[in-house]
Design a protein around this ligand. Structure first.
Ligand SMILES: Nc1ncnc2c1ncn2[C@@H]1O[C@H](COP(=O)(O)OP(=O)(O)O)[C@@H](O)[C@H]1O
Ligand SMILES: [Mg+2]
Length: 246
């Protein structure tokens, strides 16, 4: 279980995240929705220890993240919000880097790479650089890297972005399977159909504030007959609705 208690992140006078309270249960797929700039990546980066919240606490299975950072990080597989990194490395060099960060043996790494490259259909590309790959191919390499250590907590920031339909389908199946085994899957998306298909629970953020937390069914029940898209767009509003100085 991941608990966020009054988590706040401020950049200068910009409030990226305002007193976020959430509980993410084990064995569930938990989705973050929200317009660009809503605070999804800020929340995710706080959970994976890339950034330190200005205030508040994050508790993972009863342990405070600030006090048990290393042990908790070892349990997390993370897909960042962009795959455009480590571009000069080949796919295999990138996986070797990740495998060494997670202390995997060469045998463990090779076994996982064989399984995941077959699943994501990128066998034979291991020695090409990330720079030479399309966005979707880079995304596959990063997703494989995140899953190499077989972590129990998956934190995936827009993981389906750029994946071809087959790879997106396969990753969604993996996410369901992982949660079914009692593990935790947290992800963000802009795709409402994906959210509806996958999420046991979701959080909708708007300008750093949580405006909904619950199941998709409960959200749909608030406005019978309306689509998730209609409800979502009404709740989140337009960027242009922002009043100057408000
Ligand atoms: N390093 C940073 N410095 C300043 N502002 C930032 C930084 N990172 C994020 N922000 C701001 O915090 C807000 C939330 O961003 P983010 O969490 O990336 O949103 P999302 O992932 O939902 O698109 C945005 O207004 C963004 O501009
Ligand atoms: Mg983001």
């Amino acid at each position: 279980m991941i608990e966020l208690k009054r988590v706040r992140k401020v950049y200068g006078d910009k409030v990226a995240l305002d007193e976020l309270n959430l509980t993410i249960k084990n064995g569930t797929i938990f989705g973050f929705l929200g317009h660009n700039g809503a605070g999804k990546s800020t929340t995710i980066k706080s959970i994976v220890s890339i950034i330190n919240p200005t205030a508040g606490e994050i508790i993972v299975d009863g342990e405070n993240l600030a006090e048990h950072r290393q042990a908790i990080k070892e349990r997390i597989g993370y897909v960042p919000d962009t795959p455009d990194m480590f571009l000069q490395l080949t796919a295999d060099e990138y996986w070797i880097l990740l495998a060494s960060a997670y202390n995997l043996t060469e045998e463990q790494k090779n076994k996982q790479v064989a399984y995941l490259t077959r699943l994501f259909d990128i066998q034979g590309q291991e020695n090409n650089t990330l720079e030479s790959f399309s966005h979707g191919m880079r995304q596959k390499v990063i997703v494989i890297g995140a899953l190499l250590s077989d972590p129990d907590i998956w934190i995936l920031d827009e993981p389906l972005q750029g994946l071809d339909p087959q790879a997106a389908f396969d990753l969604k199946e993996l996410m369901k399977e992982h949660a079914r085994k009692g593990n935790t899957v947290v992800f963000s998306t802009h795709n409402l159909d994906t959210a509806q298909q996958l999420c046991d629970e979701l959080a909708i953020l708007k300008k750093g504030e949580l405006i909904y937390n619950g199941t998709v069914d409960d959200l749909l029940a608030t406005s019978p007959g309306e689509s998730l898209e209609t409800i979502y767009l009404r709740m989140t509003g337009r960027h242009s609705d922002e009043q100057p100085g408000s």
